[in-house]
Write a protein that binds this ligand. Structure first.
Ligand SMILES: Cc1cc2nc3c(=O)[nH]c(=O)nc-3n(C[C@H](O)[C@H](O)[C@H](O)COP(=O)(O)OP(=O)(O)OC[C@H]3O[C@@H](n4cnc5c(N)ncnc54)[C@H](O)[C@@H]3O)c2cc1C
Length: 398
């Protein structure tokens, strides 16, 4: 259903040059077209959406700890829920499964913290987050361990196929797309970007959007900008065939260890976010580490999935399921919120720094960037203004 306008040769000029053909670049192109602009996507690799976007778990949630990110992701969920209608791509199935996010705690202090969070979320308008006692959680979700004392749950959270969304947005944007085209520099004169240089030639432009994911800092540096984006490796364990996984289970998260899993394919995807992972250079091929799989699957591991979902221990006893690993990089900002809008160069716009939330955040984020390009939104009214004062944020759980 999703067909793109791949260009054989590089155009000489373009109104909005979007660097990066992942989900963020595709969403930018989609909202740019809706705002009456003419977008061009430049992608270094031979195909769209092949770096970070397909490494993700494709999950979305409104269970955040601040109202701004809730509002941003809410826009995305609204788009996902009516994707085929809004994009005009009749019949396109983005694999959306609204099965909820279940955060489980095994400690009393965790239970207190959960209740505080949920109270705040209700105040911010997310009224449908529930607190479940351990027994209520087990009644609804029999895979939950007896050690879970409480859970918070929102039935409207869920997951989808991120690559389908990205390709759908790129197609619906009717953007020209240049593949195997590496942006190598910019001509900045009179304080604005005039030209984008690539390995295939140069393009003069009115606006540039940096949607280069983990490479966004490097790309900005080519224009002389110093932005604080810190790539860190994140991995995903895929177990494609595990019949024991309850297919209708929610994203199931251990609040204490940050290990989490969700049904996917005929099995599950499992992850955890290790705060000790060092900041690294951006990479075109991110190599996974098999220790990640053992940490999640071994019942003896402190990050074992079996801590809150005991069926994983039974599986491990019979020999671990077949698995494979995928790796990508989160691009963290200091406050773990994206940078959306004009940089110190007014026509060089940032759409990056999603800090691990770029699937769910990309529609709202792209809309915010485009609204600033067309003057519908002022940086002072934008909580994600790249020039904001950032407060260093400790690692939250996902
Ligand atoms: C293991 C893992 C799990 C995740 N799970 C989730 C989740 O459940 N939910 C969620 O919301 N988010 C999740 N994320 C985060 C999400 O995947 C990212 O935030 C999102 O994919 C970022 O999209 P992007 O388009 O910015 O980056 P990318 O997909 O990396 O796209 C950037 C593109 O820019 C191109 N590029 C870079 N430099 C240049 C250049 N100089 N010239 C031309 N092209 C260039 C690259 O080739 C690449 O295709 C996860 C991430 C990982 C790694």
């Amino acid at each position: 259903v999703a067909t793109f306008r791949v260009l054989e040769s590089l155009p000489r000029s373009a109104q909005v040059v979007i660097v990066g053909g992942g989900i963020v670049g595709a969403a930018t192109a989609f909202f740019a077209r809706r705002a009456g602009l003419s977008p061009l996507i430049i992608e270094a690799r031979p195909a769209l959406s092949t770096l970070t976007t397909p490494a993700s778990t494709g999950a979305f949630r409104l269970q955040f700890d601040n109202p701004e990110e809730i509002a941003l992701v809410r826009e995305g969920i609204e788009l996902f829920a009516s994707f085929a209608e809004i994009t005009g791509l009749a019949g396109l199935d983005i694999g959306m499964r609204v099965q909820g996010y279940l955060f489980c705690t095994t400690t009393e202090s965790g239970a207190v913290r959960q209740r505080e969070w949920v109270r705040a979320q209700h105040e911010w308008g997310v009224h449908d987050v529930e607190i479940l006692s351990g027994d209520e959680a087990r009644y609804r979700f029999p895979h939950i361990s007896r050690d879970v004392v409480q859970a918070r749950f929102r039935a409207g959270d869920g997951f989808l196929k991120p690559k389908r969304v990205a390709l759908g947005l790129a197609a619906a944007s009717r953007a020209g797309i240049c593949l195997e085209t590496l942006v190598t520099g910019f001509e900045v004169s009179g304080g604005v970007v005039k030209t984008v240089h690539t390995n295939r030639g140069s393009i003069s432009c009115e606006h540039v959007v940096d949607a280069a994911g983990p490479f966004s800092g490097k790309l900005a540096a080519m224009a002389g900008l110093d932005i604080d984006v810190r790539p860190r490796r994140r991995m995903k364990l895929t177990m494609p065939d595990v019949p024991e996984v309850p297919a209708h289970a929610p994203m199931t998260i251990d609040e204490e260890t940050v290990a989490h899993w969700r049904p996917g394919m005929n099995g599950a995807y499992a992850l955890f976010t290790d705060p000790s992972t060092p900041v690294a250079d951006p990479e075109w091929n991110v190599r996974p580490d098999s220790q990640f799989a053992f940490d999640l699957l071994s019942p003896a591991s402190e990050r074992s999935l079996a801590r809150i979902s005991p069926f994983w221990a039974e599986l491990a006893e019979r020999g671990e399921p077949d698995w494979l690993l995928h790796a990508g990089q989160y691009e963290y900002t200091a406050d773990h919120r994206p940078m959306l809008g004009p940089s110190a160069i007014p026509n060089f716009h940032l759409n990056c720094g999603y800090s691990g939330h770029g699937i769910m955040g990309s529609p709202g984020g792209a809309r915010v960037v485009v609204d600033q390009i067309v003057g519908r939104l002022k940086p002072r009214d934008n909580p994600f203004d790249p020039n904001r004062a950032m407060v260093e944020r400790p690692f939250d759980i996902l």
